[in-house]
Ligand binder design. Structure first.
Ligand code: ATP
Length: 199
């Protein structure tokens, strides 16, 4: 078991968003959560990531978590390279390991030419590549992706799915949250978040 949620309840100013959410994720699986705008998907992802806490319920996690939030948390004034350095320090990744990972990510998502570009000069799609790369940097066992392919061109979209396939084979448990899931066959299970519960 990589992740187990038990009866998560969350309200904002007494308005319940999540009522009784329970979920268990195993290693090497790809799980989707769909839901309308405002159904509570990001709230649930933030609770799993540890960004905010639930009012009630329990979150059990086994292993490192990588979180790719819907809104990229990037620093506009610093470059792609500096982001990798900053987050590698936060994750405690050694320089040699970091170099290998960064090379692989820049190549796979095809944005090496922006290595020394500041974030405020990047396109939305390239920012999203960096956002995703940061979540992948420390080789997490649980990867939480909130609307991960927003802004990706077709080529990058396909590369995204290649990458998740490899991660799954390596035993990573991936949770994708989106208002739209087209590639249903790629998922082991898809849940719907509705009226504060998963169905
Ligand atoms: N910090 C907050 N304070 C108060 N209400 C909030 C807060 N964050 C979210 N909400 C409310 O909680 C509900 C769920 O929001 P959330 O962002 O989790 O939904 P979502 O399913 O991710 O939506 P979308 O698909 O539009 O991104 C919405 O009604 C939203 O207005």
């Amino acid at each position: 078991m990589i992740l187990k949620l038990e009866n998560i309840y969350k309200s904002y100013s007494k308005k319940p968003v999540l009522k009784e959410v329970s979920l268990q994720l195993e290693a090497g699986t790809l799980t989707g959560i769909v839901g309308e705008n405002g159904s509570g998907k990001s709230t649930l992802m933030r609770i799993i990531a540890g960004d905010i806490s639930a009012n009630r319920g329990k979150v059990h996690k086994n292993g490192k978590t990588g979180y790719c939030p819907q809104e990229a948390i990037l620093f506009p004034e610093i470059t792609v390279q500096e982001h990798f350095r900053y987050f590698s320090a936060a994750y405690n990744i050694e320089a040699e390991v970091l170099n290998v990972r960064v090379e692989e990510l820049l190549d796979h998502f095809n944005y090496r030419k922006y290595y020394n570009t500041r974030v405020n000069n990047l396109s939305g799609g390239t920012r999203q590549k960096l956002n995703l790369s940061i979540a992948l940097l420390h080789e997490p066992e649980l990867l939480i992706l909130d609307e991960p392919y927003n802004g990706f061109d077709w080529d990058t979209y396909l590369k995204f799915w290649d990458y998740t396939k490899d991660l799954k084979e390596k035993g990573c448990s991936i949770l994708v949250v989106s208002h739209l899931i087209n590639e249903k066959k790629k998922f082991d299970r898809i849940y719907k978040l509705e009226n504060g519960t998963l169905k």
